[in-house]
Structure formats: structure tokens, C-alpha cells
Ligand binder design. Structure first.
Ligand SMILES: Cc1ncc(C[n+]2csc(CCOP(=O)(O)OP(=O)(O)O)c2C)c(N)n1
Length: 327
């Protein structure tokens, strides 16, 4: 299979600054959540993606509202980028009526049809056949909408993953499979669950391209996604983009991650996607002190406001537990 051609792209300074804002906002959202868990204020399961933000920003930035995403437990940032207000997302984490599922869920299973967000279930890999199904609908309806399906390298060992890729390859579906390879599936390092180095190689067995890239480089992720989106919209079928990254926190906030070394964590922290992109913007004179302060101020105000809103919102009423149910 010939290698994928490099996609050319040009982003205006305002777009680069927008990406910077999203990176900062998503980091701040997760960091605040982590504190709220330690304070006992948020009791939902919280699975932060701190360290992995470049994947969410790079993959969501080129999406339209009509495109669908199928996010996972660690992808709260994708909800924000797809249009869920931070105060609503924070309410969801607090289990309040102002949240997406009105306080009925442990925070991670909500979706928003109008914004193109499919609500995930807990079964690893189970979002991938659904993503293929959504993509089949788009193809049958002859729209050029696409689906982005996220999964971890751990999920790529499930049967659902292989069935979804096979179907997407056979049917040439407009779906982009984004692997967030953060090296561990809970406590299991990838070398103990896979006999190959790159999840991307698995795409070739299903007849389409897979590429492994630096998932901590937001522009590399954007570039790879842009090419994959163009192929999907143009009727050329799926692509798998494997983004190599690392999660800084444990699997969830209750996991102390004793299964990895401090040195390993320090090495990956030195590849933090945010300072890398900050330096890029500063050397190109897109970002200066004043602009950075302005963006950081906006992020702080947004998060503070979201937390205040969520904390002061009403708890769900017990009698509402049986409303909005399918018979
Ligand atoms: C089918 C299935 N098996 C096991 C689990 C338990 N489980 C939840 S998350 C997780 C690890 C997931 O690892 P990965 O897919 O790499 O994603 P990450 O959490 O690293 O982002 C496991 C084993 C599950 N939810 N579903």
C-alpha cells in the first residue's frame, strides 16, 4: 500500500490562537475536576486526559457540527469542542439537573444528537461498530459528513474493534478511527497486550491506511486528521490515525498508578503538548505575553464560572428518575 501523501494546510494566526485556547481550556477543565474529586465535591468516576489534549484539539478542530464524534471516558474535551458549554459539562460531572443527562448518570455516558456527539457506553470498543453504523448512514444518505471514533490501544484488542474496522474497510465508510495510545490500558502496558508496536498497522489488514504519529503535537494531529477527513468526505473510505501519547494521571482519579516509574512520567511530561505549542506560537510571533495572559484569564474565568454554576445547580428530584425512559 503506498504511503499516505502529506496533507498541506495553512492556519491563520487567529486559528492557531483558538487551538491554544482549546488546549488550555481542556487542560484546566480536567485539572479542576481532579481537585474537585480530591475535595470530595465530584463523586462521579473521573478519567482525565491530562497530557493527551493535543489529540482532542487536533482531531476536533476541523469538524463541522453535523459530523459525529464517538468519544470515550477520557475525552471530555471533545464535548467542549463540539459545542457543549463548560457549565453544562461541569454540571454533568456534578450530577446536577443542569447536566447533559440531568443527573441520572455517572457522567460519562451522555450524548447530544444536535451537536453530533454519540453517548458512549462502558464496554471498551463498543463505540466503534456504532461509529461504523453512523458512517454507513451518512454514506446511504449521500451526505459528506464524517464520524470520528476514539479508542485506546487497550480497546484495539477487543473483537468490536476488529469487526468495526473490517466493516468500515469493506463498505469504504466515512469514518476516521483515532487511537489514543497512552501506553497503558489501566495498569497493563501496551507491550503486554499487543505483539506489534503500532496499532496503526492493524488498519492494513482491513484494506485501508493507518498512520502512527506524535499525539503530543497538535499540528501533526490536525494535519493527519485533515487528510483523513478529506478522504472520508471524498468517498475514499476510512483511515486509522494512531496518536502516541501518555496520560499523566492514573487510569482514573482513584488510581495512584504505582505500575509505572517516576522517570517515565517525567520523560513524558517533558513532552507536554502545551509548552511545545506555546514555543511554536511565540517563535512565530503569533503569541506574546499580553495575548497569553488574555487567553489564560479567559480560561480561568470560564472554568470558575462553570464550577460556580454547577455547584449551585439543583440536584435531580427522585421522582424524575423514571422520566425520559424508553419503554
Ligand atoms: C470490554 C471491556 N473490558 C474491560 C473493561 C474495563 N476497563 C475499563 S477502561 C479499561 C482500560 C482502557 O484502556 P484503553 O482502551 O487503552 O483506554 P485508556 O483508558 O488508556 O484511555 C479497562 C480494562 C471495559 N470497560 N470493557
Amino acid at each position: 500500500m503506498p504511503p499516505i501523501k502529506r496533507t498541506k494546510f495553512k492556519l491563520a494566526p487567529e486559528q492557531l490562537l483558538e487551538m491554544f485556547y482549546w488546549l488550555k481550556l481542556i487542560r484546566a477543565f480536567d485539572e479542576r475536576l481532579s481537585i474537585l474529586v480530591k475535595q470530595g465535591k465530584v463523586r462521579s468516576g473521573v478519567y482525565t486526559g491530562i497530557g493527551q489534549e493535543a489529540i482532542i484539539v487536533g482531531t476536533c478542530y476541523g469538524l463541522r457540527r453535523e459530523d459525529f464524534i464517538c468519544p470515550l471516558h477520557r475525552d471530555l474535551g471533545s464535548f467542549l469542542m463540539k459545542g457543549v458549554e463548560p457549565r453544562v459539562m461541569m454540571s454533568q460531572m456534578f450530577g446536577k439537573v443542569t447536566g447533559l443527562s440531568k443527573g441520572r448518570d455517572s457522567a460519562l455516558h451522555s450524548g447530544v444528537d444536535e451537536l453530533g456527539i454519540f453517548g458512549n457506553t462502558s464496554m471498551l470498543g463498543s463505540n466503534l461498530p456504532v461509529a461504523a453504523g453512523l458512517a454507513l448512514t451518512f454514506k446511504m444518505e449521500k451526505t459528506d459528513n464524517v464520524v470520528i471514533a476514539y479508542f485506546g490501544e487497550g480497546a484495539s484488542n477487543t473483537g468490536d474493534f476488529h469487526e468495526a474496522l473490517n466493516f468500515a474497510g469493506v463498505q469504504q465508510l466515512p469514518v476516521v478511527f483515532i487511537c489514543e495510545n497512552n501506553q497503558y490500558a489501566y495498569s497493563v502496558p501496551s507491550e503486554k497486550s499487543m505483539a506489534i508496536d503500532d496499532v496503526a498497522d492493524r488498519a492494513h489488514g482491513y484494506g485501508f491506511d493507518g498512520v502512527a504519529i506524535n499525539g503530543n503535537d497538535v499540528l501533526a494531529v490536525y494535519q493527519a486528521t485533515l487528510g483523513a477527513l478529506a478522504r472520508a468526505r471524498g468517498g475514499d473510505g476510512p483511515t486509522l490515525v494512531e496518536c502516541k501519547t501518555y496520560r499523566w494521571h492514573g487510569h482514573s482519579e482513584h488510581d495512584k498508578a504505582f505500575y509505572r516509574t517516576d522517570e517515565e512520567l517525567a520523560m513524558w511530561k517533558s513532552r507536554d503538548p502545551i509548552p511545545t505549542f506555546t514555543t511554536y506560537l511565540r517563535t512565530r510571533h503569533v503569541l506574546d505575553d499580553a495575548k497569553q495572559q488574555e487567553i489564560e484569564g479567559k480560561v480561568k474565568t470560564t472554568i470558575d464560572e462553570a464550577v460556580d454554576f454547577a455547584m449551585n445547580a439543583a440536584d435531580p428530584a427522585p421522582e424524575d428518575a423514571v422520566t425520559d425512559l424508553y419503554a
